[in-house]
Ligand binder design. Structure first.
Ligand code: HPA
Length: 250
């Protein structure tokens, strides 16, 4: 099954036909993880809004382990993560969508691995290429007329505050092209579970210090609404293409 993890701006399952709700108990949380299942082009999808019901859980408090474990538990094998980002590279202005190729993780203090307790042996996963290349190519091929930026380095910050101008200047020197708060440890946990995972990153603002403007939730919200429409178009085409060819997704 294909899983979609929605971020800011994508939290309702209205794009799924015959949507149903599943509550999944996991070893990582007292409460259940809520997942919506439903169909798109006859293909069964699972949708998990990572900030929870009503968009209340901030990036550093998201239970990434419970979310990924629950998706895997109900049979998801490929995951498309949708993440709002601030643009750093000139190609990543507000409204632009990227399918990044690489990650640098600046987050801290998050539960970031399944391989910590009760191990028979210490385990290190290969994470040279953090995203699944076949899934990335499927998303790029499904981008439609507008196209997506088919590359880029995603920087994951801790949040929930936005960055300082100096932090963004450092990120640029580090080679980062976009900055978001939720890309990690999600991608690494997906790899630990053997899921194929790729990201659709939607730029909703220029990162701090790159324009004169102050970043407000209102201005982010406007770009987000149209950006998520484009993202859903890409997902629809990817699922339709997959239904025909079985390419790119498990
Ligand atoms: N920084 C970090 N995360 C973000 C931003 C940003 O500028 N925009 C959207 N998510």
């Amino acid at each position: 099954m294909i899983g979609i993890i929605g971020g800011t701006g994508l939290s309702e399952p209205s794009f799924l036909a015959q949507a149903a709700t599943r509550q999944v108990l996991t070893p990582f949380a007292e409460g259940e993880v809520q997942i919506f299942t439903g169909r798109m082009h006859g293909v069964e999808l699972a949708f998990l809004p990572r900030h929870g019901k009503g968009h209340k859980v901030p990036p550093h408090r998201i239970n990434y382990r419970a979310n990924l474990w629950a998706l895997h538990h109900i049979g998801v094998r490929s995951v498309i993560g949708v993440n709002a980002v601030g643009g750093i590279h000139a190609e990543m202005g507000p409204g632009r969508i990227a399918v990044p190729e690489q990650i640098i993780d600046y987050s801290w203090g998050r539960e970031h691995t399944f391989f910590a307790d009760g191990l028979d042996t210490v385990t290190h996963i290969d994470f040279t290429s953090p995203y699944d290349e076949a899934l990335r190519q499927l998303l790029i091929a499904s981008a439609g007329a507008q196209g997506v930026w088919p590359q880029g380095v995603y920087a994951c910050s801790q949040g929930p505050r936005l960055e300082t101008a100096a932090e963004v200047a450092r990120l640029r020197r580090d080679g980062c092209d976009m900055i978001g708060m939720t890309g990690m440890p999600e991608a690494a946990l997906a790899r630990e579970l053997g899921l194929s995972y790729a990201c659709l990153a939607v730029s909703v603002n220029w990162a701090a210090g790159l324009t004169e403007e102050i970043i407000t939730m209102e201005s982010i919200g406007e770009v987000l609404r149209s950006g998520m429409g484009t993202v859903l178009g890409i997902i629809e085409r990817a699922v339709a293409r997959h239904a025909e060819t079985r390419e790119g997704l498990a």
